[in-house]
Ligand binder design. Structure first.
Ligand SMILES: Cc1cc2nc3c(=O)[nH]c(=O)nc-3n(C[C@H](O)[C@H](O)[C@H](O)COP(=O)(O)OP(=O)(O)OC[C@H]3O[C@@H](n4cnc5c(N)ncnc54)[C@H](O)[C@@H]3O)c2cc1C
Length: 388
């Protein structure tokens, strides 16, 4: 298929089967929505939600059927990400997407049969919770500066160090972990599967956040943790490249899901604006809001087409879509700030309460320019892509 797919209509991309799948995901997401505030207050959500998502096949969409996956393509992941926004709870969505699209794709791609049976298959079934452990207290953007070490000792690695910001970190059963096995810099990093029942592993503080509150974000510690060296993913000292490959899917799902979140926020704002009256008319009838809304709709449509273009390119050439994925993450991240600000403003005082989903969307949405690579890092990558 050529790049002309970008001008195709959505109903040419998504089949009747996608639509049925969408309905299933939406029903699941809407069943979680009433709990959003309660789970935000608790700073966690019930573990059973992982199992519920797994039972719908959401953790193995693209993965090898031999390990329980569905072997489908990225358009199915796009449909999943778009419908998941109906939880109105980005914390839950992020936790689920770490399991489905951030900690596990690299295992499906590079893991040995044993690693896939021990970690991927139970993650797909929802019997194990997965986390991705890359960022450290010393820095998240500078992945090449990872300091957590893994020293080879016979058939094992001995791991020492600390990770920070780890989503699902308080209850993960395993972590797709970036460690230093070699010299300083990007050439000395290795990726491996780390089982958290390992002696010497501990969870520190659960971080208090301003958004995505339902998901646990933890600091974790490794003290002389011994794991089999055969739990390696890919090649020793090639971890930096594997991490960068893995980031592509993480950034793409953030962009696609982000666009769907904006579409929902605008729709909700319009509905609110039709109900709420000021100076004798619905506030949506004020020209200032009509203009802002259509301007945002135009930008959201552009963001969607850019994201879909990136999906299409990623399907055709997984190693050749960095430019488009990075552009999509950058564009959607920055657009999110403007759209959610205006949608919240349209709600007036109610936008500043927890009465409507817009306040949660606004605080949750702040993360997209930070997590999975900041806006500034997206620009740095694009500078390289464009040879500037
Ligand atoms: C809620 C949440 C969940 C997260 N979940 C995970 C997870 O599950 N696993 C995981 O590994 N990580 C996770 N992270 C970490 C996240 O990926 C990092 O926060 C992010 O990559 C930024 O790293 P940092 O926080 O160390 O900021 P820093 O790297 O210290 O950056 C600080 C500022 O400096 C800017 N900056 C840095 N380098 C440059 C440069 N070269 N040029 C210009 N500006 C620059 C950044 O853009 C940023 O604005 C999570 C973070 C949050 C907040």
């Amino acid at each position: 298929m050529s790049d002309s797919r970008i001008v195709m209509q959505d109903d040419e991309i998504f089949t009747e089967e996608h639509k049925t799948f969408r309905q299933t995901v939406r029903k699941f997401a809407e069943s979680l929505a009433p709990h959003a505030e309660e789970w935000d207050e608790a700073g966690i959500f019930p573990k059973e939600v992982f199992k519920q998502a797994a039972d719908l096949g959401l953790f193995g969409i693209r993965f090898d059927p031999e390990y329980g996956g569905m072997g489908l393509d990225w358009w199915w992941t796009a449909a999943y990400a778009e419908e998941l926004v109906h939880t109105t709870n980005a914390g839950v969505n992020m936790a689920l997407m770490v399991q489905s699209d951030m900690a596990t794709p690299i295992i499906d791609e590079l893991g040995s049969d044993e690693v896939k049976r021990n970690f991927l298959a139970p993650a797909i079934k929802g019997d194990m919770i997965a986390a991705l452990g890359i960022s450290e207290p010393g820095g998240g953007s500078d992945v090449a500066a990872i300091r957590t070490t893994a020293r080879r000792d016979g058939d094992d690695y001995i791991i020492n160090g600390q990770k920070l910001w780890i989503t699902n970190g308080t209850r993960a059963d395993f972590i797709t972990l970036g460690v230093r096995t070699g010299d300083d810099g990007y050439g000395g990093i290795t990726l491996l599967c780390f089982p958290t029942d390992c002696k010497g592993f501990s969870v520190g503080n659960k971080l208090k956040k301003i958004g995505n509150k339902s998901s646990d974000t933890a600091e974790i510690f490794f003290e002389d943790c011994r794991v089999p060296a055969r739990y390696i993913l890919g090649h020793e000292n090639m971890g930096f490249y594997h991490i960068m490959t893995n980031f592509q899917g993480e950034r793409l799902i953030a962009a696609v899901g982000g666009v769907a979140g904006l579409e929902k926020a605008v729709k909700d704002a319009i509905n609110y604006g039709r109900e709420r009256k000021a100076f004798g008319r619905p506030i949506v009838k004020f020209q200032v809001w009509k203009h802002k809304l259509v301007e945002h709709m135009a930008s959201i449509e552009a963001a969607k087409r850019l994201s879909y273009f990136a999906v299409d390119k990623f399907i055709k050439n997984p190693m050749g879509a960095t430019r488009e994925i990075t552009m999509a993450k950058l564009f959607v991240g920055e657009l999110t700030q403007r759209v959610l600000y205006d949608c919240m403003q349209m709600h007036g005082g109610f936008g500043y309460t927890t009465e409507y989903p817009i306040s949660r969307a606004w605080t949750d949405g702040r993360l997209i320019t930070i997590g999975g690579g900041t806006t500034e890092i997206m620009k740095e990558i694009l500078v390289k892509c464009e040879g500037l």
